[in-house]
Design a binder for this molecule. Structure first.
Ligand SMILES: [Zn+2]
Length: 263
């Protein structure tokens, strides 16, 4: 059984600051990366216990989130930039997980909420509904027929995952911190967070047959609202991309990976 684990840094227990923890100049950047990697390793252990034979871990944080020397020996990591389209996901994987995920931009209370980039993107919509990074990731996996079975992050991110994905199957979510404000929350001790992730990963993979891939109904309409005009201007140069206002563009088509990963 081949499993793909997408990671991000903002949703890890103990992570609450971009400046201190999520960029290389941050005082606690290495600490945050080690905390993420320990959560990932816990997921790997849980997956192995449920019969996973190959586990690919993708470093999904812009500046890099995995602390490579600590990676579990049974996993391999997709690291570096630029990443291949669709993050090298394909139909040969059986399950998809997200560790360290944050809520979408504009979510009340969500710790470090954003969608792809807090510097440039205000909101993203898919077929008229606001969608966050987790939804976009789940749709990439879904494109290849791979179901999302587990997500960890703060309680707000977990709620977003349940709203989006639980209609397709009983997704496992692990709230490793309870969000109080965008930059503050009650964080589980690392050992506790890891224990919960390990157990949830085992449970989720054991129930794999109960999950369905997330495959939004075509025709698809993917809309980006940028903070400034420039990215919209640039995006609208591509044939078939409609600029709906100064800062907003719409991509239309039937193939999600074409729309999202090749934009
Ligand atoms: Zn990130």
């Amino acid at each position: 059984m081949r499993v793909y684990v997408m990671t991000d840094l903002e949703g890890v227990s103990g992570v609450w600051s971009i400046e201190e923890q999520c960029v290389p100049s941050g005082r606690e950047y290495d600490l945050a990366r080690r905390l993420l990697t320990a959560e990932v390793n816990a997921a790997v252990e849980g997956l192995l216990a449920a019969g996973a034979t190959e586990i690919v871990v993708a470093d999904g944080h812009g500046a890099g989130g995995l602390y490579f020397p600590d990676l579990h020996p049974e996993a391999v990591a997709l690291m570096g930039r630029p990443v291949p389209p669709a993050w090298a996901l394909d139909e040969d994987f059986d399950a998809f997980l997200m560790i360290g995920q944050h809520a979408m931009a504009g979510t009340e209370r969500g710790i470090l909420d954003h969608t792809l980039s807090s510097q440039s993107i205000v909101h993203v919509w898919l077929n008229g509904e606001r969608i966050g990074e987790m939804g976009l990731n789940a749709a990439v996996a879904g494109h290849f027929g791979v179901p999302t079975i587990l997500l960890s992050g703060d309680d707000v991110a977990c709620e977003e995952a349940q709203d989006l994905l639980s209609p397709l199957g009983p997704i496992e979510t692990v709230a490793v911190k309870q969000s109080l404000t965008r930059g503050c929350g009650l964080c589980l001790a690392p050992a506790r967070a890891q224990e919960l992730i390990r157990d949830a990963a085992t449970r989720a993979l054991q129930r794999l047959s109960e999950f369905q891939p997330y495959q939004p109904e075509p025709p698809l309409e993917l809309k980006f609202e940028y903070l400034l005009n420039t990215p919209a201007e640039q995006a609208a140069r591509r044939p078939g991309v409609e600029r709906v206002d100064e800062r907003t563009v719409v991509y239309r088509g039937d193939d999600f990976v074409q729309l999202y990963c090749y934009r």
